[in-house]
Design a protein around this ligand. Structure first.
Ligand code: DGY
Length: 325
């Protein structure tokens, strides 16, 4: 019998075509996530779900799909999936692991450079006809990125990819993890600091920790108060790692210089958010992994996991979240 798969969004690349050659695919063709009702209806009778980080896959969804064998998430984060419940039911959970590390590291540097060197303000000035004096000694003066001190919170796969780029900018690299990463220290020249030490010393603080109980609101009023008034906070990880209200207060009071944000508490960021009106922030719509190459590689991996699971092959451990499933 042909296996049935529900795919919650259309994906770039050719992977969905490949999936369709082997399985019966039900695809949400809209540009928006399925509503809860649509999700529950469409998973019924399916052997596999290919979902996004915007789909909450919990016990109710698993109840609606009793024959489910695999939940393949088109993401590196998997906090939207009840992994313990899936494991209990023998359902494999897979993700795209470090496939997006390099693309996210590229975008982190885009935010660093945009914040520090007034890239967005400069572009707006030229377009709006406000560039009135040609070259000027003090036009849009920013902060140097090269040679600055760079603090990485979470030196995992993405954090290490960011550190490699920072080396090219001759930055002094500090990092904070729950445990020391001696290999990265040797390979990247990164120096371990306590979180407070890192916040106090860094010119740029970049968040790359996974979302979990320990990282929720890790950056809050107290931690922001430890940063230099000339420092920037960069977040390409998850909005909930930062207390957004505390960040807005720090940006308003200018106790930090600015922020570059690709992720938010609530996505899409509500138009009423004070962040939208602030000049000392650069805001992006969660596009850390959004290069054509990366997004289509992510699709290949997510589809391969499904095809392997449904044909009884063993799953690549690099992409399997719950080996005990
Ligand atoms: C993920 O996959 O978790 C990323 O945030 C998407 O870019």
């Amino acid at each position: 019998m042909v296996s049935k798969v529900y795919v919650t969004r259309n994906l770039p690349g050719t992977a969905l075509g490949e999936l369709g050659r082997h399985c019966h695919v039900t695809l949400n063709k809209k540009a928006t996530p399925p509503s809860r009702k649509e999700l529950l209806k469409n998973v019924s009778g399916k052997d596999a779900i290919l979902c996004m980080l915007s789909d909450r896959i919990d016990r109710e969804v698993m109840d609606a799909a009793p024959g489910l064998k695999i939940i393949s998430s088109y993401s590196t984060g998997f906090e939207h999936i009840d992994v313990a419940e899936a494991t209990r039911r023998g359902i494999h959970v897979t993700y795209t692991s470090d496939i997006l590390a390099e693309a996210t590291a590229d975008l982190t540097f885009a935010l660093i450079l945009a914040c520090a060197r007034n890239v967005v303000a400069g572009d707006a000035m030229v377009r709006k006809g406000k560039w009135r004096v040609g070259w000027a000694p003090d036009l849009l003066l920013g902060q140097s990125v090269h040679g600055a001190t760079f603090g990485i919170v979470g030196l995992g796969r993405i954090g290490s990819a960011v550190a490699r780029r920072a080396r090219g900018f001759d930055m002094k690299i500090l990092y904070h993890n729950r445990g020391r990463n001696e290999r990265a220290e040797a390979e990247l020249g990164a120096q371990y600091r306590s979180l407070d030490g890192l916040l106090a010393e860094s010119d740029f603080v970049s968040i790359h920790t996974a979302m979990n109980g320990a990282s929720r609101q890790l950056i809050n009023k107290d931690s922001l108060a430890k940063m230099k008034p000339t420092a920037f906070l960069i977040n390409t990880a998850r909005g909930a790692v930062v207390n957004e209200r505390d960040l807005i207060a720090a940006l308003k009071k200018k106790t930090i210089a600015g922020a570059g944000l690709d992720v938010f508490d609530k996505e899409p960021l509500p138009r009423a958010s004070p962040l939208v009106r602030m000049k000392n922030v650069v805001l992006l719509p969660h596009i850390g992994s959004a290069s054509r190459q990366t997004r289509s590689k992510m699709a290949d991996v997510a589809v391969k996991s499904i095809l392997d699971a449904l044909s009884g092959k063993s799953l690549d451990p690099a992409f399997l979240v719950n080996p005990k499933s």
